[in-house]
Design a protein around this ligand. Structure first.
Ligand code: GLC
Length: 548
């Protein structure tokens, strides 16, 4: 990039993640849809984000919240269909918002035409998936020992046309999500065509689901007990996957303006992540550590340092996120005793019912965390409802829970539904303006007590979390320029500069005096008389800069 070329929009963007079924219900059936999203686009523009990422909107049996795709070239009728999606892209663009959508290439739904044909015995269709004979007598045992990410074996046995037990197929997630065989050229050609389908409709880029998972080790050897998340596993992160992304990058670069990819890539060895970010592959990858890191200064500093080191090595910007649709919301994570270094999805969810969350404390910390991540170099992703300070809804009745993690754990793990509850827009009781009057109850129950957290209530309050996000997102492009430079600060305080702006985050046990010669331009909570209270963050500018 020459110095006269402006940096592309995505290198510093704030991206708002939308779960279309939980965002806003325009049609009045208790399920969010694209009409609802279109009607709320001005809210997103006013929030100050640069782009919207919509999680899978394709026709889907909804076994895994839309990550089970039945048709990659259409939009679910429940959401309004393809026409609504096209109108949404145009209206977002008219407001200056870019649009990212999810692509789910690792697996289809079992309702996809390809998999139906495969089960019906079509050999060409079967070759697009990973069907294998079983082991043991009569093939009664799975072909290898892989565990599904949602619990239980990664294999399900099929029944042949004559009613006899047949081969097994691989599914890294639920049985309704059969994995594709990315060594099959037909699979590769299909997804290139799908990318073009959406790029031709104006979509600015894709979030690539399970980007590290597409290609499996040849021969599908046993994993021998290796943990998919922390150890090298033959189902993940094979060198051949990079050929896929080199081809995709050529497609993205053939558009004007070039389209972009953000990877969901989990790798066991950190040195493998930069491979996905080579200049002819994906543009960026999520930083996952902030989703689990404890609310303490040292661990946070290490997380930021590692992210910046990856960015320095690859030239790809860091993509920061405090939460998403897969993890416990940060208000609740920060509302309980903090782990020594980091937790995990499972460990956070296991705390439900064992330790009452102090939600006021969690909210105070989550506000400080927002001023930390929005100040970092790179992109920041905001998950719907975090700008309202929503907590995880932990008491959804068992029979209303839908996440396969819940059902496949035999109910031991509450699953991820608690972070996917429909948003509260107005009013003091469910559905809080999520649906128009007269609609049935929202598809996941909203808790009582969200009245003060609705967007409408927070719009009236200059100290609300919504107001804080609006200020931070509105000021960050201007105030957060230049590389991050660490500053000395009292114990327990994370301090750094971006250009002439200085950021202090007080994780420590005591209130601390703020540095002299600077003025608070934005603080996550009250910061009276030059003092930064515990669990508070502040953005500071030199005294002589004009007041805002
Ligand atoms: C990704 C998604 C998650 C989904 C899984 C399987 O991790 O974020 O929600 O369950 O992929 O597609």
């Amino acid at each position: 990039m020459s110095s006269s070329t402006p940096a592309p929009w995505w290198r510093t963007a704030a991206v708002y993640q939308v779960l279309p079924r939980s965002f806003a219900d325009g049609g009045g059936d208790g399920v969010g849809d694209l009409a609802g999203l279109r009607a709320r686009l001005p809210y997103l523009a006013e929030l100050g984000v640069d782009a919207v990422w919509v999680t899978p909107w394709y026709p889907s049996p909804m076994v895994d919240n839309g990550y089970d795709v039945a048709d990659y070239r259409d939009v679910d009728a429940v959401l309004g269909g393809l026409g609504q999606a096209e109108a949404f892209v145009q209206e977002a663009h008219a407001l200056g918002l870019r649009v990212l959508v999810d692509i789910v290439p690792n697996h289809t739904s079992d309702a996809h035409a390809w998999f139906r044909a495969a089960l019906a015995g079509d050999a060409r269709a079967r070759a697009r998936y990973l069907f294998r004979p079983g082991r043991g007598e009569g093939g009664a045992l799975p072909p290898n020992d892989w565990e599904s990410c949602f619990g239980g074996p990664s294999w399900t046995r099929t029944t042949d046309a004559d009613g006899r037990p047949g081969e097994w197929y691989l599914h890294s997630f639920a049985p309704e999500q059969p994995d594709l065989d990315w060594r099959n050229p037909e699979v590769r050609a299909e997804f290139v065509d799908v990318l073009r389908f959406w790029f031709d409709r104006g979509v600015d880029g894709f979030r690539v689901d399970v980007a590290h998972g597409l290609v499996k080790e040849a021969g599908l050897p046993d994993a021998l007990g290796r943990d998919r998340r922390t150890e090298e596993h033959p189902g993940w992160d094979q060198d051949e996957v990079h050929e896929v992304y080199r081809e995709w990058r050529e497609v993205a670069d053939s558009y004007d303006p070039p389209r972009v990819f953000v990877a969901e890539a989990w790798v066991a060895r950190p040195e493998r992540l930069p491979l996905y970010l080579r200049s002819d592959e994906l543009h960026m990858a999520f930083e996952f550590e902030p989703l689990h890191v404890t609310w303490r200064e040292g661990p946070w500093r290490r997380v930021v340092e590692r992210g910046l080191a990856t960015a320095a090595l690859t030239g790809a910007p860091s993509a920061w996120a405090l939460t998403n649709h897969d993890v416990v919301r940060q208000v609740t994570r920060y509302a309980r005793t903090q782990w020594p270094e980091r937790g995990s999805n499972e460990s956070e969810r296991a705390r439900w019912g064992t330790e009452e969350p102090d939600l006021a404390l969690g909210r105070t910390r989550a506000r400080a965390a927002a001023l930390l991540t929005t100040a970092l170099p790179g992109l920041v992703y905001v998950y719907e409802g975090e700008e309202l300070g929503l907590e995880e809804v932990e008491d959804i009745p068992t029979e209303r829970r839908l996440d396969p993690i819940h059902t496949r754990s035999g109910g031991r793990d509450p699953g991820r539904d608690g972070s996917r509850v429909p948003l509260p827009w107005s009013g003091d009781r469910p559905p809080y303006g999520f649906s128009p009057p007269g609609a049935p109850e929202p598809w996941l129950p909203q808790p009582p007590g969200w009245g003060p957290l609705t967007a409408a209530a927070q719009e009236q309050d200059p100290d609300s979390t919504l107001a804080l996000y609006r200020c931070a997102l509105g000021l960050r492009h201007e105030l957060m320029a230049g590389p991050l430079v660490w500053h000395e600060a009292p114990d327990g305080v994370l301090a750094f500069a971006r250009g002439t702006t200085v950021v202090w985050v007080n994780f420590g046990p005591d209130d601390v005096p703020l540095p002299a010669g600077r003025r608070v331009v934005l603080a996550s909570g009250p910061a009276p008389d030059g003092v930064l209270p515990v669990d508070t963050a502040a953005w500071l500018v030199p005294d002589e800069e004009g007041s805002r």
